[in-house]
Design a protein around this ligand. Structure first.
Ligand SMILES: Nc1nc2c(ncn2[C@@H]2O[C@H](COP(=O)(O)OP(=O)(O)OP(=O)(O)O)[C@@H](O)[C@H]2O)c(=O)[nH]1
Length: 537
């Protein structure tokens, strides 16, 4: 091999190496570094230092409450909903048969609930005359295990409203009226009367007839003990404690998305990966398509050149997708001299009671008088749990006997709230599977019966964000039965699927108003699209 050949080979090798080096440099320039813009922040949760890996979910403001005004909520954009399929229409299984939390009491067999006729509805205008309606439907389901228990319960509302025409109490047009119903149950309040605990010593003195029912029941005695009041931290600023709770969703959505967008020019494989990421995070196909479409359009006109631009673009697209224009105030303020009525519904174990307690806590901290209605009569423990919340918070509670008619208890609670002049009555209902026709009909009845006394201002559907797509199916059925006006997404601290927020709104056209981010009493936050997306990215 002569010298020329050797020199030629060396030159060729040098040229190849130079080209390789140039390629690497160019590739690096086109990539966006995300490292320096996501510093970990040390936050303090009480006395416990906590590493915030999320960027922090901090609502800029506190909870927003508004008046229902006695009218229905302005309907959000109507989504296209596929027809709801109820898979189990025969048999009436008991509540709790698939609960995610242990049931601690015997299950009540549930039978078909006779619903009020359509022509009953106009009676809404006359609450006193509406009382019998409360009794009627319940009396219509006496063939179950404990008919005698339900019968006295239905009689009770009349005792609770003695100023109303008592005769109408008895004139129930119920198809089947228990013998006990016709007897003056008001003479046996210990078997029928809902327990009413009113920590505010403001029970009106001008309604002496109502007093016996409050004091008489045995289980009311416990509730009537002056409860110890907990110090409730001011709501403003306390949401800062929830930083870091969305870290799992942040990893699933924020980090992956920013990583992909930051890789420079996106080929079809990358777009597919972005789509998969969003679907895996439970955004749902509609929201995913909308986000991807928007990102494609924006990137085509304005390519991102650095991490900040990538983050800003993604934030803009995601926030828009969350419809920040939706009204997320909780309609929990009194109007026209009457308390607001909030109905809390959902399947078993989603966090209804906990959310009711947390929200009551916020309202009390806001200076509101709150009365809780324990319309979960399937389990005594459920009412106990709510009562404990009431005692901690300083809210009164109306509760019925176990297995009592939930509609009756809800009616009583609203009647009592009106009588006592509270600001808001919050009714916690029993968890029920959306597939059980009888239970869902019963829930519809609860709402209709309450509406005979006062308009329901807010129907909050509590969804467990960890259950994924099944939550949407639940939501559809609940929306159909009780016209939900807002969604509370609980357990967002325990899932990587924060994208469910997008899907729920897209599917229901109903705003997510609150999010649960832990089991603590203050781990409830108002949902704010911008703060939420900030926490994800
Ligand atoms: N991690 C976490 N746990 C929560 C949250 N909200 C509620 N929980 C827990 O979920 C469990 C069920 O809560 P409950 O309030 O009893 O649920 P429920 O819907 O009233 O239950 P049923 O009335 O039996 O249907 C409890 O252990 C709560 O502490 C949340 O936001 N995050």
């Amino acid at each position: 091999m002569n010298t020329e050949v050797i020199i030629g080979i060396v030159v060729a090798v040098v040229v190849i190496l130079a080209l390789l080096a140039l390629g690497i440099v160019l590739r690096r320039r086109r990539q966006i570094s995300l490292k320096d813009t996501t510093p970990d922040v040390q936050v303090t949760d009480g006395s416990t230092p906590q590493v915030d890996r999320s960027g922090g979910y901090q609502a800029g403001s506190g909870f927003t409450f508004s008046q229902g005004g006695g009218t229905t909520v302005a309907p959000p954009p109507e989504p296209v909903r596929p027809p709801v399929e109820r898979t189990e229409t025969d048999g009436q299984p008991a509540v709790g048969d698939d609960a995610s939390v242990p049931r601690d009491s015997a299950q009540r067999p549930v039978t078909e609930v006779a619903l009020p006729e359509i022509d009953d509805e106009p009676e809404t205008a006359a609450p006193e005359t509406a009382a019998p309606e409360t009794a009627a439907p319940e009396a219509a389901a006496p063939e179950t295990a404990a008919p005698e228990t339900t019968a006295p319960e239905t009689a009770e509302p009349e005792a609770a409203a003695p100023e109303a025409a008592p005769a109408e109490v008895e004139d129930t047009d119920s198809p089947v009226v228990e013998p006990e119903t016709t007897q003056p149950e008001t003479t046996q309040p210990e078997t029928t009367t809902p327990a009413v605990a009113q920590p505010e010593a403001s029970t009106p003195a001008e309604t002496p007839a109502a007093e016996p029912e409050i004091a008489a029941p045995v289980d009311a005695a416990d509730a009537a003990v002056t409860p110890p009041r907990e110090e409730i931290a001011p709501t403003a600023g306390r949401l800062g404690r929830l930083r870091g709770r969305l870290s799992r969703s942040q990893g699933a959505i924020g980090k992956s998305m920013l990583g992909l967008l930051g890789a420079g020019d996106l080929d079809e494989d990358s777009w597919e990966e972005i789509e998969d990421t969003l679907v895996m995070a439970d955004l749902g196909t509609a929201a995913t398509s909308a986000v991807v479409e928007r990102l494609r359009t924006e990137l085509a006109t304005t390519p991102v050149r650095n991490a900040d631009e990538a983050r800003a673009l993604l934030k803009r697209v995601l926030v828009d997708q969350l419809h920040p224009e939706m009204d997320r105030s909780v309609r929990a303020l009194p109007h026209a001299g009457a308390p607001a009525v909030v109905l809390v519904v959902g399947v078993n174990g989603t966090g209804k009671t906990t959310t009711t307690g947390k929200l009551a806590r916020v309202l009390v901290a806001d200076g509101r008088r709150v009365l809780l209605g324990a319309a979960d009569t399937f389990r005594a423990a459920a009412a106990d749990q709510l009562q404990t919340w009431g005692e901690r918070v300083g809210a009164g509670i109306v509760r019925g006997k176990e297995q009592a008619d939930p509609a009756s208890v809800a009616f009583d609670a609203v009647a009592k709230g009106i009588e006592d002049g509270v600001d808001v009555v919050m009714i916690d209902t029993a968890g029920r599977l959306h597939t059980k026709t009888g239970l869902m009909d019963e829930l519809g009845k609860v709402k209709r019966v309450v509406e005979k006394k006062a308009p329901v201002d807010e129907v909050l559907l509590v969804l467990d964000s960890t259950v994924g797509q099944n939550g949407l199916t639940q939501a559809r059925v609940f929306a159909e039965v009780v016209d939900i006006t807002g969604v509370v997404l609980t357990k967002l601290d325990g899932t990587a699927k924060g994208g469910i927020v997008f899907h729920v709104q897209e599917e229901l056209g109903v705003p997510v108003k609150l999010v649960g981010l832990g089991e603590g009493a203050d781990d409830l936050a108002p949902f704010e699209p911008e703060a939420f997306v900030d926490a994800l990215l």
